[in-house]
Design a protein around this ligand. Structure first.
Ligand code: SF4
Length: 212
């Protein structure tokens, strides 16, 4: 089990790798965060960016998106993949926000989880990136890196989230997702992690298990 001091070292070294010295999370429009995170499911960041930009150019509020034609939404978000399912979901979400939440995105995880297509990762992303509420969104990067380092020993992202919430001090929760996603894209890649340049190899369980 990692101690507070080691967690601090992990956070510090990841920040050095990605070139950030302080928490870099900025709070954005909750509606955009929610819809863009739904669009980001099962696709790459660049595809999400293109789809979200096209969509918000035309429909940037729950009211406008709830009234939009599904076929038009499909056309705009096509780069995100699974665009037929996602188009229906974002329209439905917009309607629910209008009908049940006065056009606002709810700030509690229970309400967020009731929205169509919103699982724990998406809900936690909204809490962190829209509201600055300490939470740990666990995507494939966070799940993989946490297990490689030995921070957790888990099989599913939900288990990883629960384990990280126990082992990582709350003051770091807001930055864990951003740090690990960037660290996972640049250093601890899914295939062929760049252990040679990694400043965490001394304490990394995966690296040590490979008997370097
Ligand atoms: S040593 Fe390798 S496996 Fe461990 S965190 Fe660094 S890049 Fe990932």
């Amino acid at each position: 089990m990692y101690m507070g001091k080691e967690i601090k070292t992990i956070i510090k070294e990841m920040r050095r790798h990605i070139g950030a010295t302080t928490a870099t999370v900025q709070h954005e429009d909750p509606f955009r965060v929610l819809i863009a995170t739904v669009l980001s499911q099962r696709t790459r960041d660049e595809n999400t960016g293109k789809a979200a930009e096209a969509l918000f150019k035309k429909y940037n509020t729950p009211k406008k998106l709830a009234r939009a034609r599904v076929t038009d939404i499909e056309k705009l978000i096509r780069p995100s993949g699974f665009y037929k399912v996602k188009a229906r979901r974002v329209k439905e979400i917009s309607k629910i926000l209008l009908d049940n939440y006065n056009g606002r995105v709810p700030e509690d995880i229970e309400s967020l989880l009731k929205l169509p297509g919103v699982g724990r990762k998406t809900a936690n992303c909204v809490l962190v990136y829209a509201f600055g509420t300490p939470s740990i969104p666990v995507d494939t990067h966070v799940h993989r890196i946490s297990n490689r380092l030995g921070l957790v020993h888990t099989k599913t992202p939900a288990q990883t989230e629960a384990a990280l919430m126990k082992s990582v001090p709350k003051r770091y929760w807001l930055t864990v997702n951003e740090l690990m996603v960037k660290f996972g894209q640049r250093v601890c890649k899914p295939i062929k992690p760049r252990c040679g340049i990694c400043k965490l190899k001394k304490i990394c369980r995966y690296y040590r298990s490979k008997a370097h």
